[in-house]
Ligand binder design. Sequence first.
Ligand SMILES: NC(=O)c1ccc[n+]([C@@H]2O[C@H](COP(=O)([O-])OP(=O)(O)OC[C@H]3O[C@@H](n4cnc5c(N)ncnc54)[C@H](OP(=O)(O)O)[C@@H]3O)[C@@H](O)[C@H]2O)c1
Length: 275
Amino acid sequence: MVRDIADTVELNNGVRMPRLGLGVYKVKDGGEVIQAVHAALEAGYRSIDTAAFYENEKGVGEAIRTSGLRREDVFVTTKVWNDRQGYESTLAAFEESRKKLGFDYVDLYLIHWPIKGKFKETWRALEKLYREGYVRAIGVSNFKIHHLEELFEDSEVTPAVNQIELHPRLTQEDVRAYCKEKGIQVEAWSPLMRGRLMDEPTLVDLAKKYGKTPAQIIIRWDLQHGLITIPKSVRKERIIENADVFDFELSDEDMKKIDALNQNLRTGRDPDEIS
Ligand SMILES: NC(=O)c1ccc[n+]([C@@H]2O[C@H](COP(=O)([O-])OP(=O)(O)OC[C@H]3O[C@@H](n4cnc5c(N)ncnc54)[C@H](OP(=O)(O)O)[C@@H]3O)[C@@H](O)[C@H]2O)c1
C-alpha cells in the first residue's frame, strides 16, 4: 500500500528512489523551473526528473540548493541526449550536466533514447560513471524489450530503471512484465498523456466516485501498479493536486477498468524510429 509522498522503491542496487517525482520537460530554465521545483519540494516531492535536452538543469540545481533541503534529501535524475551518445562524448556530456546542476553527483543517469549502434558504448560510459561514484544508479529510457536484450549482450550492470511513455492509453504490459523479471524498475513518462485524458469518461466517473480528479486517479493507478511516476506541471495548485493521492485506494475492479483503456497509443516517438 502506497501511503505517503515520501514512499520509495528499492532499485536493484539497493538505492531508494521516490515513487512520485516532478517532471520538468518544456519548463523554462530560470524563474519558471525554479518556482515549479520549489513548489514541488514544498508540497513534499523529493524527486525531480530533468534531462540535458530540457535545457533547465541549471535552474533545477539552483532550486534545490535554495530550497533549504539537503542535497541528499532530493533524488535528481538527468539524461544523456541522443547527439552525445558514444563512450567519450557521454562522459563529456555527463560532466556538463553535473556542472550545470552544480552537484558532486547525480542520483540517476539515463540514456534518453536507444540510439542504434551507439547505446552500448553509451552504456559503458554510464557503467564507468557508476563505478566511480558520480551516479548512484544508472538506467535507460525508451528501451523496448529488444533494446534491453541487446544491451544485456555486453553489459556488466543491469539498468536500475527503464523510463518509458506509459499512461492509460499506453499501458506497456509486455515491457513491464519483462522489466519485472529482470529486476528493472519501470518509470512512467507523460503519465497524464500530456493532459489529454482529463475528459476521458471512465476516468471522469472514477474521479467522481473517489472524490478525486482524473489526474489523481491516473497517478494513483501508476502507484498501485508499482510504477514510478513523474507528472509535470508548472502550476502550484496542480503540483499539489498531483501529490494528493495518498489518502485513497482504487479497487482491483477499478484498476482493471483503467487497464482496459489501453489503445497502444503513443504521444511521443516510437523508440524504433529514433536515429
Ligand atoms: N524519457 C523521455 O523520453 C521523456 C519524454 C517525455 C517526458 N518525460 C518526462 O516525463 C515528465 C512528464 O511527462 P510530460 O511532461 O510529457 O506530460 P504529463 O506529465 O503527462 O502531462 C503534463 C501536462 O499536463 C498538464 N497537467 C499537469 N497536471 C495536471 C492536472 N492535475 N490536471 C490537468 N492538467 C495537468 C500540464 O500543464 P501545466 O504545466 O500547465 O499544469 C502539462 O500540459 C516530463 O516532464 C519529463 O520529465 C520523459
